[in-house]
Design a protein around this ligand. Structure first.
Ligand SMILES: *Cc1c(COP(=O)(O)O)cnc(C)c1O
Length: 360
């Protein structure tokens, strides 16, 4: 293969940039993947936007941890304000934990694929060793394998409900994991989708487990992915530690204003209505997909997306893509061959999926 010579900037990068960054494949977000559609069901976003207002002046720097946002989120989550940290999306809290707990070249993080992609990308960016313990066939934790691989692990990410599989991780297994990790590693439970199954939230466990951290976001059920606002819930001492490594102004003033408004009682009841309507559309879509002869399995989901295994996913993905229905291909993840993930949009968008499938 012919290689073009490096220009002077490329040579400079080759010489100066960190080696792990030169090798890094960045996270392929739904936005980066592109597509040309009218029906966007590839990023687990809510299909319509709330309208929120900026009320503060913009000439002043924002508070690092805007009081109204922290107090309202704490009250919504049923924890103390000093147990909450707000950041630029849950993605930033994934990074803050790495920065606070993991020494590059020495410590490791552990997570269990198939799962959310940012645990791996963030660790790689920081040059922190990644230990991956593939989930069992039913996508539950392989506790024996985890136990055998805990050496040097300081941080464990568990996504529940899990993205992209949609299942809840067995709470008894999470307790066992917290106990295995006791005194040696933090366990971060990513609850990005917890509003779709609030009965599974783990905040009440904080009193029993000092090494428990919970990640939350306004990007999913609160319909505010564009706002970039997420939360970390942990014991006050852990939050204080994370505040040492966070940027001085992680949230822009408009973001803080809008997040505070979204967390008023009215915002929360609107969110709950969204969850109800997504659940209805999800049940409808599941029923219809089960009647499709190309579908091998529609996996149960506690979230605003479903994972579907097809006999042959590629033509299905391409047929939908060409018709402007953009979903997410998960077939490259371990154990997920021929699996596609479909976000639950509006009822009409769910109907568009079924209608388009019937035409392929
Ligand atoms: C969407 C998502 C996030 C990221 O949330 P942001 O607040 O938008 O950064 C984190 N974890 C999981 C599992 C997600 O699906």
């Amino acid at each position: 293969m012919a290689t073009t010579p490096l220009n002077d900037t490329e040579q400079l990068i080759r010489k100066l940039a960190r080696e792990n960054i030169q090798k890094l494949t960045p996270y392929l977000s739904a936005r980066r993947l592109g597509g040309n559609g009218d029906v966007w069901l590839n990023a687990n976003e809510y299909p319509t936007s709330p309208t929120l207002k900026v009320v503060s002046d913009l000439n002043r720097y924002p508070e690092c941890q805007p009081k109204a946002v922290i107090e309202r989120y704490a009250s919504y989550a049923g924890v103390n304000p000093d147990e909450v940290l707000v950041s630029r999306g849950a993605d930033e809290s994934i990074e803050l934990l790495l920065r606070a707990f993991c020494e590059p070249g020495k410590d490791a993080v552990l997570f269990c694929p198939p799962t959310y992609g940012m645990y791996s990308v963030s660790a790689e960016t920081f040059g922190i060793e990644r230990k991956t313990i593939t989930a069992k066939q039913d996508w539950q934790l392989d506790l024996n394998a985890i136990k055998a691989n805990l050496d040097s692990v300081k941080l464990i990410y568990v996504c529940s409900p899990n993205n992209p599989t949609g299942n809840i991780v067995n709470p008894d297994d999470i307790k066992a994991l917290l106990e295995l990790a006791e005194g040696r590693a933090m366990v971060a439970i990513d609850e990005a989708y917890i509003e779709f199954c609030p009965e599974h939230n783990k905040t009440s466990w904080l009193k029993d487990y000092p090494n428990l951290v919970i990640l939350r976001t306004l990007s999913k059920a609160f319909a505010l992915a564009g706002l970039r606002c997420g939360f970390t819930i942990a014991r006050a001492e852990i939050i204080e530690l994370l505040l040492k490594v966070i940027a001085p102004y992680p949230l822009a003033v408009p973001v803080a204003d809008m997040a505070a408004e979204a967390l008023l009682p009215e915002g929360i009841s609107t969110m709950m209505k969204r969850v109800e309507s997504i659940r209805k559309s999800r049940a409808w879509l599941v029923e219809n997909l089960k009647q499709d002869a190309r579908v091998v399995e529609v996996y149960p989901s506690e979230t605003n997306y479903i994972l579907v295994r097809f006999k042959d996913a590629a033509p299905v993905f391409k047929g939908l893509w060409d018709a402007g229905v953009i979903i997410r291909d998960q077939s490259k993840q371990v154990g997920l061959d021929n699996c596609l993930r479909i976000t639950i949009g509006t009822q009409q968008e769910c109907e568009a999926v079924v209608h388009t499938l019937n035409q392929i």
